[in-house]
Design a protein around this ligand. Sequence first.
Ligand SMILES: [Mn+2]
Length: 276
Amino acid sequence: MFAHAQGEYDKSKWIIVGIPSEIGSLSHVKNYIEGPESIRDASYRIFSPIFGDINMEEIYDYGDIDLEDIKDLDKLYEKIYNEIKKIYRKDKKYIFFGGDHSITYPILKIVKENWEDFYLLYFDAHPDIHPDPYPNYQSFIYHLIKENYIEPEKIIFVGISNLSFEEKNIIKEWGIKYYNPLDVWDNIKEISKEISDILKNKNLYISIDIDVFDTGCGHWLEGIGIRPYHYFKIIKELRNINLIGFDLVELFSNEVCDNLASKIVIETIAMFNNKL
Ligand SMILES: [Mn+2]
């Protein structure tokens, strides 16, 4: 259980759900399924937040969605969708621990059905918009757009450092907003202000692939990335938004990286508590 999750479901504002899945990944290196437990274990080493306050009675850990019998992707998406739908309530904010990034595919279907109009703030070294014929960890954003679950103009990519030629064309053609790591390092003040202006008064879901950071904590390591500082600066500047929830995915577990993941979770809760 997450250390700071001392609440009951009914009374909690924040609901943690683990989704230990890796069959949406095409990578031969696997340990995505350790993500949820690793983040929870590290939470015992992270104490009070520095960027705001938390009330542990308002945080509930639902545990993991049981995926043991799931062997194919269609079943996986169906199972995640059904399990979240069962517990989903619009007056709560959800925090999902991955798992590879494809868990966000069924999650955003639930988000769409409940909120209709929402924005996606996507921290990732990759846009995951490659036109593969089926949704997986590198293509599900493409499929969500094609299936009308989200409009391209409601997506903001932050920290993109590697993408396929097809993805680059798609992003250009569909006019999707994105910032590469050099943009972020050079212009963090302007960028955080710009993002805050775009997202003002909007419903927002945030997705964080930990490979966006240059800390070497993701499954797929890129040579350049943004810093946790940039993430927190962008989150800090957000004003008047309705946060639906966020996910943190693709953690390659070790003590330092688990600490980072857990820290991001606690400080993100704290920052939003200060805004609400
Ligand atoms: Mn990625």
